[in-house]
Every structure is written in C-alpha cells, then in structure tokens.
Design a protein around this ligand. Structure first.
Ligand code: NAP
Length: 257
C-alpha cells in the first residue's frame, strides 16, 4: 500500500484522510498546538518536523510516496516547508487550497496585508471590534488599547491582552450566520477583523456583518508556494487516484519502463 502523509490542522485534511485511508496508508500530521484537537479517525503524528530539512528527513525515513499539504491557508511556513521538502526528496506534493472569499454587493471590506495593518485600520477613535483570529495573532491589538475587543478563539488566550476592555469567548466552528448576527448585535460590534479563510464554516460572520452594514477588516492571504492543487476534498481525492492510475508514482513508470 502506498504511503501518504497529509499535513493537516483543518477540517478538510481530516475529511481527506478519512477518504484516502481505505486505499492508502495515511498518516495525518498536526502541529500539536490545539489543546484538545477533534478526533481525527486516522493515525496521527503531532508536532513540528524541524523545518523543511526535518520534514524531508521524515519523508525519507517513513518511506512516504506522496505528500499532501492540506494546512490552513494562513499556515504559510509549513506550506513553504512542504514544497521545499518535496524538492529536496523528490516525493511528489499535492495541495488542497481552499478558495478565499470574494467581496459581494453590500460588503464593506477594508483589505490589509498583515494583522499589524489591521490594528492600524481600526483607527484612533475607540471602536467595538470583534476579533475572529487565532490566539497568536490577537496580541498585536495591544498596540491599540483604546478599542473594546470581543475575542473568540478555540483555545484560551493566555496571557490576556494588556488592554483595559476585552471580552473572551471560547468556541469552535462551524458558526451559523444567524448566531453570528446575534453575537454582533449583543456586543454592539462595529467592526469585524477576520482572515480570508474561505469555506462555509466561518463565513457566517462575514454574511452577518454585511447584513448589519458592519465594516470587515480582512487580512489578505499570505503567499503560498505553487504546487499542483485542487480546491475541494473530492477533487483532491480524485487527483490522488489519478496519480496512481497514470502510474506517475509507480516505480516501474518512474524507471521509464
Ligand atoms: P505555520 O506558521 O505555517 O507553521 C509553523 C510551524 O509549525 C511549522 O514550521 C512546523 O514546524 C509546525 N507545523 C505547522 N503545521 C504543522 C503540521 N500540520 N504538522 C506538523 N507540524 C506543523 O502554521 P500555523 O499558522 O501556526 O498553523 C499551525 C497549524 O494550525 C497548522 O496545522 C494549520 O493547518 C492549523 N491552522 C492554522 C490556522 C491559521 O490561521 N494559521 C487556522 C486553523 C488551523 P517545523 O518547522 O518544526 O516542522
């Protein structure tokens, strides 16, 4: 059985692993940051590899035949490492690249490049901001303590931000638009700060902001390496099958026989 390493940490990675595990020896890799990750239903390894070289060594030692990058679109470092490890080892790579959201009529988006730029985009006048960002990213908002923040994260934000006025919510998606709308209204939010994660699970807040006429400060996606990719789990599973059907990964085909 061919061996596949899936770099995960996303719902799609788990779904893909569950699909591929019937025909391949699949290992799902997690960064190991979330305190209580959801059950994955396939063999899991956890923790960093030690950069691109470490990942390359893992691919060689574990005899991996195919590497799949199904990490979150903002996890730019591991995606860069994956592309580099593939180049170093010759292990083919495919990626699942969830498409980003596009603004539609009624959206009030201010697009910025970094979380630091998002802090500036809030301006100097105190506002009530909903931060739908990871716990690592929210620290940047200490630079603007004049705002009231509602911060939602999967894991507890520790230490708390050094700002006088912040409310912390713990929750894991998916989030429905109606619930997001109620949340924005309850906390009298006038600006949402979000990553352009794409997908359905976290789009509710964007749709709710549009319905309420609330500005969204949208942090643009980071640069990701160009590797063969698809946008959905089903397309990627089909591409994996095609790889082997075409004998692209067949050792006989590789020898040019
Ligand atoms: P990152 O900045 O791209 O990666 C930092 C380091 O974490 C990597 O260099 C690697 O360490 C390790 N790492 C990341 N993903 C890994 C994986 N799947 N398996 C093993 N090691 C991994 O990543 P991040 O933005 O901190 O995200 C960490 C994880 O959370 C990823 O699995 C990602 O899919 C998931 N996630 C991220 C976001 C987000 O907004 N960034 C949102 C939802 C889920 P070494 O160099 O030591 O190998």
């Amino acid at each position: 059985m061919k061996k596949i390493l899936i770099l995960g940490g996303t719902t799609e990675a788990r779904q893909l692993a569950e699909k591929l595990v019937e025909d391949f020896r699949v290992t799902l890799s997690l960064a190991g940051r979330t305190e209580s990750p959801v059950a994955q239903g396939v063999p899991v390894r956890s923790g960093g590899f030690g950069g691109a070289d470490g990942l390359a060594a893992y691919l060689r030692e574990a005899g991996i035949d195919l590497l799949i990058d199904a990490t979150h679109p903002y996890a730019a470092q591991i995606s860069a490492n994956a592309a580099q490890a593939s180049r170093l080892t010759g292990v083919p790579i495919l990626a699942l690249r969830r498409p980003g959201w596009k603004p539609v009529d009624g959206d009030r988006w201010t697009q910025v490049d970094t979380t630091g730029d998002a802090v500036h985009a809030l301006g100097s006048t105190p506002r009530r901001a909903f931060l739908a960002l990871g716990r690592q990213e929210v620290a940047a908002f200490e630079a603007a303590p004049q705002h009231h923040y509602v911060i939602r994260s999967v894991d507890r934000v520790e230490p708390k931000l050094a700002v006088p006025d912040a409310t912390y919510l713990l929750a894991r998606g998916p989030f429905r638009e109606a619930d997001e709308r109620a949340l924005l209204e309850e906390h009298r939010i006038d600006v949402v700060v979000s990553k352009n994660s794409g997908g359905e699970a976290t789009y509710g807040k964007i749709a709710a902001a549009r319905a309420l006429g609330i500005e969204v400060v949208m942090v643009r996606r980071p640069f990701l390496p160009e590797v063969p990719s698809t946008e959905t789990v089903d397309e990627l599973a089909a591409l994996v099958d095609k790889f082997w059907v075409d004998h692209l990964l067949d050792p006989v085909a590789e020898r040019g026989v």
